[in-house]
Design a protein around this ligand. Structure first.
Ligand code: FAD
Ligand code: NAG
Ligand code: NAG
Ligand code: NAG
Ligand code: NAG
Ligand code: NAG
Length: 537
């Protein structure tokens, strides 16, 4: 469909809608490269492509990048290559073998790569922290993996009200650096997660009840578009594109810097940790009650409080883990009284820095294992939450003997204050409104060891999502929204934003990327017309 549009454009059958189009129909990639100082005639393999649009591949693209950028391009069968492919969080993402890896240091170099990929039709993937779980999300077989690791600036403004953060950072670096200026930004809760993926898909933080999600605290995106143009995208400059980037993932370009709001947090100090409880006496129902109360009335009463409640299963034992946080260095704040009344077999809550807390949470999310993430959203009620917990434990026997199994039904609330913050500065495309909240957000996540167990573990997750969504539909508790950052490769995230928002995103894409470069040449993640895999297990 889209390549047909591309063909029609190339042959001049479709007229651009004049000023509505960002890139002219007669856009000349060779000329665009020249404007970046690259003369295609001086790159032997590219030269013939500039004249005839012959089929050509990633060998030419990678060879040309190598000539231009030398050691910033890593080829197969080198130590640096296996080091890089082995650096992803999940085993599944470590598996694809790109033709080459490119590590740009400047936005202009990303422009050149995007244009060379277009000229050669060589597909590419964009990698920030590499924590998306499924194969191909930020890696690619046979194409170019563009690693943003060198975009690692962390620069507070002189008034400390905002900071420029590069997508090559992990949140630990961001928090450790900003702590010295007594500020933080809205970002991830685990040390090694990347700035890029988390912020472009949404981004739930410990401070989201106070300030909203990460995507709603970005003031400016430095973006390399499909035409290789470097834009500063904000609400004033390109309001439609700014809106689209607040949850639109990698569909609109490569973000090379985020300018984000900062918030004061003296010394980076706060309170938090996790409390693990057994399924003894009334513990699980009491935790669910505490969770629902905090997520509904509690969130407005004291928005400093944050929570994640996970039901898990460890070596035959059902366990609940409540991660509790407070945005001030106050021990055991009364807002958590209901939680604190539930007996815990371990409790790490303490006054500590944000960086220290994200390091603790990293321990339970080690690298190099098989991983899957799935998502669903429902209206928040005690019954719905209890049903999700029960279905999770009811389905466990089908996978209980998988080696290295750590399954979890991780529950959060998309609170009304979070939904309100989504409306500021023109809103975002997620399709959520304050009147629809509070919402229960389920992230099913499973860790295991052997590929042989993949099939039954994916089916396990699929059944839990299907059963709980069916229950929500029967009880008037359904909510379509799928959170991109927790979605599996089978879930249609963009469709879940609603028809109107999806169409608006498509219009933005057609305007800034009329030939669909970020739809067709960046295939691995949630595209506007569907998820990366249609083979639902
Ligand atoms: C252990 C763990 C903890 C987590 N904790 C949180 C949390 O606290 N809050 C939360 O909201 N989510 C959380 N998540 C989910 C997390 O937000 C997603 O996994 C997210 O995709 C990770 O981003 P990344 O940059 O590390 O991943 P990557 O795999 O590098 O990127 C993910 C996607 O974003 C695209 N992308 C990344 N950077 C750019 C860019 N600069 N320009 C264009 N496209 C880009 C990539 O192409 C890819 O498709 C967690 C995940 C894990 C595994
Ligand atoms: C692009 O421009 C170059 C030089 O300016 C020209 O030689 C080439 O034919 C043009 N390509 C297309 C596809 O129009
Ligand atoms: C590009 O390189 C070719 C061959 O080296 C040269 O003839 C041509 O003048 C150059 N074009 C530009 C615009 O510099
Ligand atoms: C492998 O990666 C690590 C960190 O990512 C780096 O310190 C090391 O130098 C790399 N080794 C090679 C051979 O590139
Ligand atoms: C938890 O305990 C209750 C009460 O003993 C029991 O009915 C329930 O099945 C237990 N849940 C799990 C998951 O074992
Ligand atoms: C966090 O700080 C505590 C106490 O200050 C210290 O004991 C612990 O080792 C730190 N943990 C991490 C993960 O850095």
């Amino acid at each position: 469909m889209r390549s047909l549009t591309g063909l029609l454009l190339a042959t001049g059958f479709v007229l651009a809608r004049g000023q509505d189009t960002f890139e002219p129909t007669d856009f000349n990639i060779t000329d665009a490269l020249l404007s970046h100082g690259i003369n295609v005639s001086s790159l032997p393999e590219l030269a013939p492509l500039a004249e005839r649009s012959s089929l050509a591949g990633c060998s030419i693209a990678c060879g040309s990048l190598k000539l231009l950028f030398n050691s910033q391009v890593i080829s197969q069968n080198t130590a640096a290559y296996s080091n890089f492919t082995g650096s992803y969080w999940s085993q599944q993402q470590q598996a694809p073998d790109p033709y080459c890896i490119f590590k740009p240091t400047k936005p202009e170099q990303v422009s050149v790569q995007v244009l060379i990929s277009r000229l050669t039709q060589c597909p590419f993937a964009i990698k920030s922290g590499g924590h998306a779980a499924f194969a191909g999300a930020s890696s690619i077989d046979g194409g170019i993996t563009v690693s943003l690791e060198n975009f690692n600036q962390i620069t507070p403004s002189s008034d400390k009200k905002s900071a420029v953060i590069g997508p090559g950072n992990r949140w630990l670096q961001v928090y450790s650096t900003l702590q010295k200026s007594d500020i933080v930004v809205i970002g991830g809760r685990v040390a090694s997660i990347g700035v890029g993926g988390l912020t472009l898909g949404g981004g739930i933080s410990f401070f989201s009840n106070l300030y909203g999600w990460a995507c709603d605290n970005v003031n400016n995106y430095q973006l390399v578009t499909a035409s290789g143009i470097i834009l500063n995208v904000n609400q004033q400059s390109y309001p439609d594109l700014y809106w689209a980037l607040r949850g639109g993932g990698n569909n609109f370009g490569v973000v090379t810097a985020f300018t984000v709001n900062t918030i004061p947090l003296p010394g980076g100090l706060m309170w938090g940790g996790s409390r693990v409880s057994l399924n003894a006496s009334n513990n699980f129902p009491a935790l669910i009650k505490a969770f629902v109360n905090l997520g509904s009335t509690g969130a407005t009463k004291d928005p400093n409080a944050a929570q994640i409640l996970s039901f898990t299963y460890y070596q035959g034992l059902p366990l609940a883990s409540a991660a509790l946080e407070y945005a001030k260095p106050v021990a055991n704040p009364p807002i958590f009284n209901e939680y604190l009344a539930v007996p815990a077999i371990s409790d790490t809550t303490q006054i500590r820095t944000l960086a220290n807390l994200t390091n603790e949470f990293a321990v339970s999310n080690p690298d190099d294992l098989r991983e899957t993430y799935w998502v669903a959203t429902y209206k928040l009620t005690n019954d719905m939450t209890t049903f999700v917990k029960d279905v999770f434990y009811n389905e466990i026997p089908s996978i209980a003997n998988a080696a290295g199994l750590v399954p979890a039904a991780t529950l959060q609330v998309i609170t009304v204050p979070q939904l309100e913050a989504m409306q500021k500065n023109g809103g975002n495309p997620l399709g959520l409104s304050p009147s629809s909240g509070p919402l229960l957000l389920l992230n099913m996540n499973v860790q295991w060891l052997n590929q042989a167990d993949d099939k039954r573990i994916l089916e396990f997750n699929n059944r839990i999502i299907a059963r709980t969504v069916a229950y929500a539909q029967q009880h008037g508790l359904a909510e379509d929204y799928l959170y991109m950052n927790y979605a599996s490769q089978f879930q249609d995230v963009i469709a879940s934003y609603g028809e109107v928002n999806k169409e608006r995103l498509e219009d933005v894409s057609k305007k800034y990327d009329p030939t669909g470069v970020f739809q067709d040449l960046v295939p691995g993640y949630f595209k506007l017309d569907g998820p990366p895999s249609s083979q639902v297990p």
